[in-house]
Design a protein around this ligand. Structure first.
Ligand code: BGC
Length: 755
């Protein structure tokens, strides 16, 4: 017998099973219906269409000479601002023009905008301002900067993730901004994709857990986003954005519905259930259908099936793109009709008022019914009410007190430490003894931008001169830790070119170890496209030349994607993967190399070995059918070493025969068998051994990060709920089938039977 999850949920809500969802229940919010209806009744069609229009700050700013100079002074243009708000009634403004602003400048901007909106318009509807605060309030100077999401996922620490959300919300709101275009809930199963670093990796369960923790951090436990230090979250980029066939940004994905629901929908479902207030749309297409024009994805699936109550915003210019790029609309006006009828409430136009003009014409012609407009505007207004903007749309100056405080920075430093993944440590070379003589070389050794990536101070994150240089590059942090006289620096190579490889080889002779810092320069979105996942040849050449010296080479990788290191892995004595740990990453890396911090991160992605072997950890059995066909990545998902060792014993299940609807308790003892304190990430994987849809060889179902002192052991207990045994079945619904399952924790495994 198959029990579908909807049936189970009915039983649950009837109190029969008393189960809770893995991520917590949907939270009822005040719906502000009376206030919204009252306002809608007073609004003209122009005012309504204006609410649905979002422009970028450039549209309301004085021109800045092109090319834009880094750090150039930005100024709003009062006349343009008035045109946007009083003539076009725009409901929302976004982004930063140029580079990050001070808290003061943000306050001026938001105050000027709200002054016009609430003093010079008939209905005094406040503007909702939105920014991309992707790893901290990265568009406010001096903000607390966290690792990018891929690094946060490598911490496997939802508690830290939640603190990241809380601190980001605080500092964004301290800047006067109530709306954050984050988290990215796209699943990172295509390593070429230039936005992989913005994701929580390849696994839906890990990503949903981290995503929900972050949403709770941003919005608060009960989504009380009117609190002065909370912001509205924006789940993006719904749906299937991260899986372009070619790996290039904003290009077509081909994802069968069964796969979409198995891998790509769960993060969004979980975060919608966690009450997130807004959603941003995938700029591209799934199976030839642009998501911006899809009534199925935006209305039937998101709103009707998942029960999303907030509003949907388009991505950058993606409505007009239905005409110019995706070409499913023969005119710009038809593009607007398709998007609005599909379910988009707000258009990130963002450079002009064309959306406003087209939509107004469409409503007047009857091509877009008024009830659709009311529905969309009602959703936008509800979020504005929920944010408390009608009561006070202005920046709260008291929030300066903790902005970039030592308390917040300490959390971000801890996150950077926990995001580091030790992938190799031959003969326990690491940690290095104090005053070891080091050669530090490679393109990521002496830059802050390479530790941060896109969405840092500027969109591309590559304006090195704008970084706060009170923070340390890897080189500076190592100089501080090991003593300047002990550290020699030779550039060696840039990202793509050799510079002075011979000089690096020469310098290695007098060093006891080589810290070779490789990886990627900062990028984001389309400029980050690559044709080859391998590390560029110049970097590999530098590595190989240094490896020939016989000195131990410690590879430190600062990168947004797993660039291939097959040719240099074997002869590297140690490897530390840093992903993008943020401005304090240099310090964290030095602390790990010096042994002040014991690394505890684990890979949230599979680290591939070969460019065309992109098999992931949860592959099907057929993908490991022979030695010519198996999961042999450079490093597997969930892998990461420590300076101590852990042993697993006594795996126990509370029952080996499960009745339908019953929970299963799994416990295991984990012991620190080494001589240093450390944190272990205990991971539970489940395998459905036989099923009507070919089962995965394993799926991550639970994890817990635990600290253990030397010699200490702890019993870790996990509870699996019936829905954890489900998969998306032939009817495209979560399905549970009786039969044999296997639970694995560490090296231990046991089977059980579901009746
Ligand atoms: C990105 C979004 C971002 C938006 C606003 C787009 O190019 O895809 O993630 O929120 O710009 O900056």
């Amino acid at each position: 017998m198959k029990i579908s999850v909807p049936t189970l949920l009915v039983l649950m809500s009837a109190g029969v099973l008393g189960l809770t969802s893995a991520y917590g229940q949907s939270i009822p919010k005040p719906d502000f219906t009376a206030q919204v209806d009252k306002l809608l009744a007073q609004m003209t069609v122009e005012e309504k269409v204006g609410q649905m229009t979002q422009v970028t700050i450039d549209v309301v700013s004085k021109d800045m000479p092109a090319p834009l100079q880094p750090g150039a002074r930005h100024q709003l243009d009062p006349a343009k601002l008035r045109t946007a708000i009083t003539k076009y009634h725009v409901g929302s403004i976004l982004n930063v023009m140029g580079s990050a602003y001070s808290v003061d400048h943000w306050h001026e901007i938001i105050t000027q905008i709200q002054d016009v909106a609430t003093r010079e318009t008939r209905l005094k509807i406040p503007v909702i301002y939105g920014v991309d605060a992707i790893h901290g309030a990265n568009y406010t100077t001096g903000a607390t900067i966290f690792p990018q999401s891929l690094g946060m996922a490598a911490t496997w620490n939802p508690g830290l993730m939640r603190r990241d959300g809380e601190i980001t919300a605080y500092e964004v709101r301290a800047s006067g901004i109530p709306w954050n275009f984050n988290p990215v809930l796209d699943i990172g199963r295509q390593p070429l994709w230039p936005r992989l670093f913005e994701t929580f990796g390849e696994d839906p369960y890990l990503a949903a857990t981290m995503g929900v923790a972050y949403v709770r951090g941003l919005e608060g436990e009960e989504n009380q986003i009117n609190q002065k230090d909370k912001v509205a979250a924006c789940l993006k980029h719904y749906l299937g954005y991260s899986f372009p066939h070619t790996g290039k940004h904003r290009t077509p994905a081909y994802i069968p519905e069964i796969m979409l629901r198995e891998y790509f929908l769960p993060t969004f479902k979980a975060a919608v259930e966690a009450g997130a207030h807004t959603v941003m749309v995938n700029s591209s297409e799934i199976n030839g259908v642009p998501v911006h024009a899809s009534h199925y994805y935006l209305t039937e699936l998101l709103r009707d099936e998942l029960g999303f109550e907030g509003f949907v915003v388009s991505d950058w210019a993606d409505i007009i793109n239905l005409h110019t790029r995706e070409r499913v609309a023969a005119t710009p006006k038809e593009a607007v009709r398709q998007a609005v009828m599909a379910g988009i409430a707000m258009s990130m136009v963002p450079l002009d008022f064309s959306f406003y003009d087209h939509l107004l014409a469409l409503v007047r012609e009857g091509a877009v019914p008024m009830r659709r407009i009311d529905e969309a505007v009602g959703r936008i207004l509800r979020v504005k009410f929920a944010l408390g903007l009608f009561e006070n749309p202005y920046p709260d100056k008291t929030l300066r007190s903790k902005f970039a405080s030592p308390e917040f920075r300490a959390v971000a430093l801890q996150a950077a430490r926990e995001s580091l993944v030790l992938l190799k440590n031959q003969n326990n070379l690491l940690p290095l003894a104090p005053s070891t003589k080091l050669l530090v070389t490679g393109p990521t050794a002496d830059k802050l931008s390479v530790l941060n990536g896109g969405w840092t101070i500027t969109w591309q994150g590559n304006e090195e001169s704008l970084y706060p240089h009170e923070h340390h590059t890897i080189l500076e942090a190592l100089q501080e830790k090991f003593g300047k006289p002990n550290v020699t620096h030779v550039p060696g190579a840039s990202f793509q070119e050799e510079i002075d490889v011979a000089a690096a080889v020469q310098a290695a002779q007098s060093a006891q170890a080589v810290i070779l810092c490789l990886g990627e320069e900062a990028y984001c979105e389309t400029p980050g496209n690559i044709m080859d996942l391998s590390l560029p040849r110049a970097q590999l050449n530098l590595a190989q030349a240094l490896q020939q010296t016989g000195k131990p080479v410690i590879l430190v990788l600062a990168q947004g994607r797993p660039r291939l290191i097959r040719e240099i892995e074997e002869k590297s004595a140690a490897i530390l993967a840093a992903f993008l740990p943020g401005v304090q990453g240099g310090t964290a890396i030095a602390e790990v190399l010096a042994g002040e911090v014991n690394p505890s991160g684990k890979l949230p992605i599979t680290y591939p070995r070969h460019p065309n072997d992109l098999t992931l950890y949860d592959h099907k059995f057929s993908e490991q059918a022979s030695e010519h066909q198996s999961y042999k990545p450079q490093f597997p998902f969930g892998f990461g070493l420590s300076y101590t060792t852990f042993a697993y014993s006594d795996l126990a299940l509370d029952k080996t025969r499960l009745k339908p609807g019953e929970a299963l308790t799994v416990s295991v003892t984990v012991k620190n068998t080494g001589t240093r304190a450390g944190q272990e990430i205990v991971q539970l994987y489940l395998t459905d051994l036989y099923a009507s849809i070919t089962p995965h060889n394993q799926r991550l179902k639970r994890f817990e990060k635990i600290p253990l002192a030397p010699g200490e052991s702890r019993r870790v207990t996990f509870t699996l709920q019936p829905q954890d045994l489900s998969f998306i079945g032939r009817e495209l619904k979560p399905t549970i089938e009786p039969g044999e399952f296997k639970v694995a924790v560490g090296p231990l495994a046991q089977q059980f039977w579901l009746e």
